[in-house]
Design a protein around this ligand. Structure first.
Ligand code: NAG
Ligand code: NAG
Ligand code: NAG
Ligand code: NAG
Ligand code: NAG
Ligand code: NAG
Ligand code: NAG
Length: 446
């Protein structure tokens, strides 16, 4: 922990320049369409926009892959209850806008107007908030399949209970994500045979924040942590956006309504490949909504407070124990969790730190920031830690969104020796005192 080297891999350039997959599978990719609104949908960005379709086996000279450990966010899902229940208002808004457009009092294109006319909500009375949708199943299935191809010797084609150590939270979306990932990993014929263990609740590795009292008090329920995005929300940048949007729609919209439009555009983009009628914001508007969310996560899950990510050490300890415990019978471990966990783990790896903190007044200055949930926390966001046995000793490769992540202090594009990893990160219980840092009385949070 002491030797954490502050790195500045410009992650954004990294994502942007990386070669993506093969032409036959070339869906839309954010690496090639960096400016598109579809890459500004923050935590609702579908995985297909960032997936790496290159399934080539990952080999290093003199090294053999021994084990692999995954931490994965659930796939695309239905919205939160509040958005589901706003559907009626959205229909009303649609009618108001179309009435204005009929009177030539809106400034939308004919195409946009026609899309709105044909729009139907995809929710039904039976829609369960936050349930994994078809696209989410496919995200996880595809991910499993590609890792099967990349590590053919680690991933048996046939599923047995000894194939993979699975763990997921007690939510439908993480359980189903685990199921589809495992099916992808072990071939289509495994569908009936995949067996899932019981879900876990408030797990020390999957949901550490839920038991970190000092964080709950000091950050999560602390107004100071929400101050930055709230101040941005009431800034002139946002007010101007709302005036402008109101003028275009012919209907006066509040921030809440504009956000609903953005949210529904995001979800519909994630679920379906056709353009959503609600994706009618301007390119600059998407950047604003993306920034609001990035400010929020920066202060509650990211680099904003050290406690946010330091409490994620049980995740790395679990990974390291899985790799080094000789009694461990599994070769594959896969955990399924949520944004809160994924982003804190991300920050603990110390990989995409920006040079200055994100604040309400850095919108312009942080246009090229690294902390962009749209890329680092899409649906089905995934980390893979791969243990290699090399001629020079054991080492670890880390992949994020299926691409190698060069950790600060580690050699590039080659397995990082365990000792180097151990010096730089809290991988052993002695360097991870969760109880202490999460005790309410901990005075050293700042
Ligand atoms: C695919 O991945 C392999 C191994 O990581 C790499 O050597 C190769 O250059 C990649 N191919 C393309 C087309 O990017
Ligand atoms: C707009 O005008 C058309 C015909 O001019 C009419 O059929 C339609 O119902 C009108 N829509 C609204 C929402 O007023
Ligand atoms: C309508 O939007 C276009 C660009 O999309 C802009 O050039 C034009 O000035 C706008 N018209 C009004 C009346 O705001
Ligand atoms: C896996 O273990 C569970 C519980 O022990 C059992 O019910 C199930 O049939 C097993 N599945 C396979 C594929 O062995
Ligand atoms: C498995 O299923 C997927 C999606 O249904 C399909 O694209 C793929 O070709 C199948 N693979 C095999 C080996 O059957
Ligand atoms: C909230 O955070 C601020 C600093 O960011 C701190 O001074 C204050 O003590 C915190 N409040 C609580 C109740 O923890
Ligand atoms: C879009 O996705 C939703 C949710 O998965 C689904 O109910 C709907 O049928 C899909 N629509 C189309 C046109 O694919």
């Amino acid at each position: 922990m002491k030797n954490r080297i502050h790195c500045c891999i410009v992650y954004y350039v990294f994502i942007q320049l990386i070669a993506v997959g093969f032409a036959s599978k070339s869906d839309f990719k954010c690496s090639k369409n960096f400016a598109s609104y579809r890459c500004r949908l923050n935590t609702r960005t579908p995985y297909r926009f960032v997936a790496n379709n290159n399934e080539t086996e990952i080999k290093f000279k003199g090294c053999t892959a021994k084990k692999i450990w995954f931490m994965i966010r659930h796939g695309a899902r239905l919205p939160e209850p509040n958005i589901l229940s706003e559907t009626k208002n959205l229909q009303l808004l649609r009618d108001q806008i179309l009435t204005k457009c009929n009177l030539s009092k809106c400034n939308l294109s004919t195409v946009q107007i026609n899309r709105l006319k044909n729009w139907k909500t995809q929710f039904t009375e039976a829609s369960q908030p936050r349930m994994l949708v078809k696209e989410g199943e496919q995200e996880l299935f595809g991910l499993g399949q590609r890792y099967q191809s990349r590590f053919p010797n680690l991933m048996p084609k046939k599923f047995t209970n000894q194939t993979i150590k699975l763990k997921f939270t007690n939510k439908q979306r993480t359980a189903e994500s685990a199921r589809y990932f495992t099916i992808g990993l072990s071939g289509n014929n495994s569908f009936q045979k995949v067996w899932l263990p019981k879900p876990v609740s408030k797990d020390a590795v999957l949901q550490f924040s839920s038991t970190c009292d000092s964080w709950l008090d000091w950050v999560n329920n602390n107004r100071t942590a929400s101050e930055q995005y709230e101040m941005f929300e009431s800034s002139t940048v946002v007010r101007k956006m709302l005036d402008d949007l109101s003028a275009r729609l012919g209907v006066k919209v509040t921030l809440e309504t504009a956000r609903l439009i953005y949210d529904v555009c995001s979800y519909e983009t994630a679920w379906n490949k056709t353009k959503s009628a609600w994706c009618l914001l301007k390119s600059s508007d998407y950047k604003i909504f993306e920034f609001i969310k990035d400010l929020k996560t920066y202060w509650t899950d990211g680099y904003g407070y050290p406690l946010n990510y330091e409490q994620a050490c049980p995740v790395l300890v679990d990974m390291f124990t899985f790799f080094t415990d000789e009694r461990q019978e599994y070769k594959i471990s896969a955990y399924f969790s949520h944004t809160s966990n994924i982003l804190k783990t991300f920050a603990l790896l110390n990989i995409i730190k920006d040079e200055f903190p994100l604040r309400y007044d850095t919108f312009e200055k942080s246009r090229n920031r690294n902390w962009r949930t749209s890329l680092i926390n899409t649906f089905a966001t995934n980390f893979a830690f791969i243990l290699y046995d090399c001629d020079t000793g054991p080492g670890i490769i880390v992949q994020h969104q299926e691409r190698i992540l060069n950790l600060p202090g580690c050699p590039k594009n080659t397995p990082c020796p365990l000792d180097t990893m151990k010096n730089n990160y809290p991988l052993v219980p002695e360097n991870c005192n969760f109880q202490k840092m999460c005790a309410l009385a901990n005075p050293s949070h700042e």
